[in-house]
Write a protein that binds this ligand. Sequence first.
Ligand code: LGS
Length: 460
Amino acid sequence: MVASESPGTIRESFPDDFVFGVATSSWQIEGSSSTRSESIWDRFAKIPGAIVDGSTGDPACDHLNRVDEDLALISELGVGAYRFSVSWPRFMPGGTGTVAHSGAGFYDRLIDSLLERGVQPLLTAYHWDLPQSLQDEGGWLHPDMPRWFADYCHALGERYGDRVSHMATLNEPWVSAFLGYAAGIHAPGVVNSTQALEVAYRLMVASGHGIGALTDAGVSNPGIVLNLTTVRVDQPGAEKARDHIDRLQNTLFTDLLAGRGISDEVRDTTDILTDWSFVTDEGLEAAATPISWLGVNYYTPIRVGLPRDTDQATGVGQDTVVYPACPPASLRPRGPLTTMGWEVDPQGLRDTLVETAAALPGVPLWVTENGAAYADRVIDGDVYDPDRISYLTGHLGAAAEAISDGVPLQGYCAWSLLDNLEWAEGRTQTFGLVYVHPESMERIPKASYHFYADVAKGER
Ligand code: LGS
């Protein structure tokens, strides 16, 4: 009786072969921008006000010079996987053509050191730091971009495919398209909803070419990472907006991957902006190139309500501007909120995973990012972050429940190893399991790091 009532550890609620990991991305941690070419985020960061605290890509977390210390932190965390991204401007500074000896060598050493420590590397080819030279040519809107991206992916596969089984083409194409081209709050800072829709499509086409190139280069498990989330109605009357947001946030991407193309609903509701004539049969076929796994980044659900009074003049709630052609609505997160203003809802992760598994049956899933920003403080040399521990506990529980619902979930990566450069929020939002002092770069593992280490080691 007593034994069966014992709750067991978090680790025990997952299958034995389930992988716990931790994630980062190149621009957010590496620094050392003088040893690579310029990326669109370096250029964007120079626009006054684009990054709230004026941060630039330097020093970020000075990871390039502190990689041994960071590897030790990963090792001591006891995780089985480390998700990182390759900086395209470091690996292939011209955007196309020659691979840089020193840049590629950095990732060689990183990968080898991870493997020596028994940590599986998960490599993302593109986590938003496009070489500026390619942006100058037209970026993701350029007709040759799928070929340039495929060549880059092929070079990554040739160089690292013998040691890295899981590679993802893109991180969150939704963000590149809609925050980069509709809201204009991410690089390249364009505000043009028509272009945003086209970029979303073209990114998925390029990703399909990238998947093909990785496979040709011998990578056994090529995949992609999407930011998917469950979309809820908060008030009666917001159903149309909910459906619209769900389509542009989730199904636009999962439909393209599944070979269902771009639905009539998406075309009809966005035809005031674009006629989708740039969509071709070849493009749709490329976008549906089979993936062998899908990464899901989940942080919060989206809760859709009626427009706020102040926005009635335009008819569109300000927060929904990033969803082109959205019916009148606003986003209404319910507390408790993280410092990003995002609702904490573990059930949302379970729902998202179940919905994703239904949209892409048979595709193995990973949670490639999940975590929370809180205002951490160092007191007597320690960082006590109970809110983050509670966030992680809830979401790990939801991931385990999704597995019992039948979701083929293989791994979970906490975001993030380090407090880092949170894009337009600069250093003002901290998601790390490890605190990084903004000037000295000193690393201090937070209480959540020790918590997660216990989970990974099966002690919790
Ligand atoms: O640091 C980024 C994290 C932080 O939160 C990472 O580089 C990205 O891959 C990823 O987008 N990240 C992130 N996303 C959360 C998005 C939630 C948006 C919620 C909006 C609405 C209510």
